[in-house]
Design a protein around this ligand. Structure first.
Ligand SMILES: Cc1cc2nc3c(=O)[nH]c(=O)nc-3n(C[C@H](O)[C@H](O)[C@H](O)COP(=O)(O)OP(=O)(O)OC[C@H]3O[C@@H](n4cnc5c(N)ncnc54)[C@H](O)[C@@H]3O)c2cc1C
Length: 403
């Protein structure tokens, strides 16, 4: 493969970079860089950036062209995501763009496509994923939230937990049980639910990093039109699995990892400029070099998948392996960042203080200090969400080695 030498790709990269330079509001990039974006998740920024990308027709490049996708090949999509990450562009609402949208264009009715795809694509509506329940995380098929059909409605009762961003979402896509008689996986259906439906109660969960974007969602006699059930009743489990196949390499977090490696190098330079002795930084430089080599290896593994190289194992096993490596690397990198900053990393910056840090005048509390402890704590979750480390390892053992 000659991916790096593809001149067409270089021209494409330049076009994307120019667009970002022209259209990304600098304060949005600064919020992302200093993790205030993550800490406070203004839905306006998340959706606002999608709306700007939509103006160029780039808000959902991975969707089929007839639903607003770009028709880019996987390498172009990779370059696009990489440039967004390197520019510190705001994250999009992936629950909409990468989960609800694809489920609806793959399995939804024409009426559902007309109802929900434009809102996601144009950055008008935010989505939440209602899968996990207390007692049903890794063992998701044991979920108990029940949707009972009564005439032209489903009446939903139950509880979801860890529902990211539920409090600012317009819609949720929920896995619910519609039958108690089948095998656990077969009685599950996929339901689209307006988050302002009567009977929905959303409670935010305070997190150790000061954020509270995870939520508990209680559903009490929530009425949902039967037309909002995606595909066939009882097939929700199959649809959820189809999503996993779509994710493939995204779960490696490689774009974010590359950005954080670049940040590590900058942090070393800034600390050296501020007078930290080279001898103190030497072991850290070694750890940065090692992490950079691991990131490069992971990137090539991702590129080999994107380049269509024949894989020795099933795609499921490969995707799980990429997720394990990517999540572990995120944790390693944020730990090195904390060690580079030393005690400085412990300072908790409030929102206003973060905005006041000025690298031009303050070399001690420089631009790369705020938000690092937030990111380091949040990185612990990378080996939990989207399927825990242990569960991914079981998948690898089973599907790659038949254990
Ligand atoms: C930041 C964050 C955001 C999230 N966002 C969402 C969201 O938007 N929507 C949503 O639905 N969910 C969300 N989740 C929930 C997430 O999907 C679950 O936390 C995850 O699936 C694990 O489930 P659990 O927390 O119930 O842990 P459990 O399943 O109870 O696992 C506890 C421990 O036991 C281990 N374990 C469990 N089963 C096995 C097994 N068979 N073999 C070996 N070890 C096992 C696990 O690896 C883990 O270490 C989010 C989680 C986090 C941390």
């Amino acid at each position: 493969m000659q991916l790096a030498a593809d001149t067409g790709l270089s021209a494409f990269r330049a076009t994307v970079r120019d667009f970002i330079a022209e259209r990304l509001p600098p304060d949005w990039a600064s919020q992302r860089r200093r993790s205030t974006y993550n800490a406070f998740k203004p839905v306006e920024t998340m959706l606002g950036w999608t709306a700007i990308l939509h103006e160029a027709g780039w808000s959902v490049p991975h969707w089929p062209v007839e639903h607003g996708g770009t028709g880019w090949n996987p390498m172009q999509q990779f370059v696009f995501q990489e440039e967004l990450a390197l520019a510190d562009a705001p994250a999009q609402n992936v629950q909409g763009t990468h989960l609800a949208g694809p489920i609806v264009w793959m399995f939804g009715s024409d009426a559902q496509k007309a109802l929900v795809l434009p809102g996601i694509r144009e950055g008008r509506e935010c989505w939440a994923q209602g899968f996990s329940e207390p007692g049903s995380g890794s063992d998701l098929a044991s979920l108990r939230t029940f949707a009972e059909r009564r005439g032209d409605r489903y009446v939903v009762n139950g509880q979801k937990i860890w529902t990211s961003g539920a409090y600012h979402s317009h819609w949720g896509f929920f896995l619910v049980r519609t039958s108690r008689h089948d095998k656990p996986q077969q009685g599950i259906s996929f339901l689209l639910v307006p988050m302002d439906s009567p009977g929905m109660e959303i409670r935010r969960i305070p997190q150790i990093n000061g954020d509270a974007h995870l939520c508990e969602v209680f559903l009490t006699d929530v009425e949902v039109p039967v037309e909002y059930l995606v595909g066939e009743p009882g097939r929700g489990w199959d649809y959820a699995k189809a999503l996993l196949d779509l994710e493939r390499t995204d779960s490696a977090f490689i774009y974010l990892t590359k950005r954080e490696i670049r940040r590590l190098r900058r942090m070393l330079d800034l600390e050296a400029e501020d007078g930290t002795a080279p001898r103190a930084l030497a072991p850290l430089r070694l750890r940065v070099a090692r992490a950079a080599a691991q990131a490069a290896a992971l990137e090539w593994s991702v590129l080999r998948v994107l380049g269509g190289e024949q894989q020795p194992h099933s795609m499921r096993a490969v995707a799980s392996a990429l997720k394990v490596r990517g999540a572990e690397l995120q944790q390693t990198i944020t730990e090195i960042q904390m060690d580079i900053l030393g005690l400085k990393a412990l300072r908790r910056f409030g929102r206003e203080e973060i905005e006041q840090v000025d690298p031009a005048t303050d070399s001690f509390w420089h631009d790369e200090v705020p938000g690092r402890s937030f990111s380091a704590v949040y990185a612990r979750a990378a080996t939990i969400y989207g399927g825990t480390l242990q569960v991914q390892r079981s998948i690898i053992a089973k599907s790659a080695f038949g254990l």
